[in-house]
Design a protein around this ligand. Structure first.
Ligand SMILES: Cc1cc2nc3c(=O)[nH]c(=O)nc-3n(C[C@H](O)[C@H](O)[C@H](O)COP(=O)(O)OP(=O)(O)OC[C@H]3O[C@@H](n4cnc5c(N)ncnc54)[C@H](O)[C@@H]3O)c2cc1C
Length: 323
């Protein structure tokens, strides 16, 4: 089955989101032999900048430059994509708030299957797309078959596919004329950036990240000592921020910071997709968890089944001696 495949490129400040190359990799896995087209919508010079950037990976890029598209608004993007996409198109979106907002309605408009939150693929069998999704907070992988004979809108979980290499010199097609006359009831008002904290975990190469498994706030001292011995910085999962044990600037995840360390120590973190969604750049993950079935072990390069409270003092001591 030869399909027209499209990848929606999210971008900010003139730079394509990491998801762009992940979607390209996912498109090639799902639809081998296809030539995925990148869709870049926005307003002003950033559209061309991003379009040129992604043309180093995609053979073709459609650019939509229109003043109302300055901020990604699903109410505008939905009719635009419905208008420009061919019948039977396969559309890949990041499984982000925008993708989740845009995807379901778009699939209805295109009369296509909606395949949300993909983490892997078993391939295409005739008109049946075989995909892998997670259920029960990552405890179970579900292998799902979807009839995509009328096309599909697929959202792809961040980090599920390693980014495709940027090895093309694609052409950029200006489709801005198609984006005129769009209107939405929902209006963009303003963007409020998260407050910067004392630390910037997004720039660190080694992160010692702690989760709810640490048990008590006073036990954080054990993690701090380990981080200090390693010359690393402490980050955390969201429950510790919600409990006000650590500041928001240290939270890794989809509603926290996106980090790209070389080494990531995950201590007492179960490995929810919201947490792992903030981990980019394929770091070397060392996970410590007392539950051998914790989902974090599926993402980890090295897994240690141990009780943190017993392991941490010994580990810190050993590192201090080694240094
Ligand atoms: C819209 C939304 C956005 C979210 N955004 C984020 C986000 O940005 N970042 C984020 O982290 N979460 C986020 N979450 C929350 C997320 O779903 C999980 O609830 C959270 O990541 C779980 O944190 P955790 O792994 O620390 O805790 P838990 O899931 O409770 O896991 C604790 C782990 O510690 C282990 N453990 C317990 N005691 C010990 C011990 N003594 N020694 C060793 N291991 C032990 C347990 O086996 C368990 O695996 C979000 C949720 C929603 C709904």
């Amino acid at each position: 089955m030869s399909a027209a495949v499209f990848a929606f490129v999210a971008h900010k400040d003139g730079k394509a989101d990491d998801s762009a190359l992940e979607l390209l990799a996912a498109a090639r896995t799902l639809f081998p032999g296809s030539a995925p087209v990148a869709l870049v919508a926005g307003s002003g010079p950033n559209v061309q900048t991003v379009a040129q950037e992604v043309a180093t990976a995609f053979d073709e890029v459609w650019a939509f430059d229109q003043s109302d598209l300055g901020y990604p608004n699903a109410e505008l993007l939905r009719p635009l994509l419905t208008k420009v996409l061919p019948q039977g198109a396969m559309v890949l979106l990041p499984h982000s708030p925008l993708g989740m907002d845009l995807g379901p309605g778009l699939s209805v408009k295109l009369d296509a299957a909606y395949v949300p939150d993909l983490i892997g693929a078993d391939g295409l069998d005739g008109q049946m797309l075989k995909v892998i999704r997670q259920e029960y907070a990552g405890q179970v992988s579900a292998h799902v078959r979807c009839d995509v004979s009328h096309g599909a809108v697929v959202t792809v979980r961040s980090g599920a596919f390693p980014p495709a290499p940027a090895s093309a010199s694609g052409k950029v097609v200006d489709r801005s004329a198609d984006a005129s006359g769009l209107s939405a009831r929902r209006q963009f008002v303003k963007l409020v950036e998260a407050e910067a904290g004392d630390v910037d975990i997004t720039k660190e190469e080694v992160l010692v990240s702690v989760g709810r498994g640490i048990g008590e706030q006073e036990n954080l001292a054990l993690v701090e000592e380990l981080a200090e011995a390693m010359g690393a910085v402490m980050s955390c999962s969201r429950p510790l921020v919600d409990a006000k044990w650590l500041e928001k600037a240290r939270q890794v995840g989809t509603s926290g910071q996106t980090v790209k360390p070389k080494v990531y120590l995950a201590l007492g973190i179960s490995g929810s997709f919201q947490h792992l969604g903030g981990l980019k750049g394929n770091p070397f993950i060392v996970a410590v968890n007392k539950n051998p079935k914790a989902p974090i072990f599926q993402a980890a390069s090295v897994g240690v089944v141990a009780d943190l409270l017993e392991l941490l003092p010994e580990l810190t001591e050993a590192i201090k001696k080694a240094r």
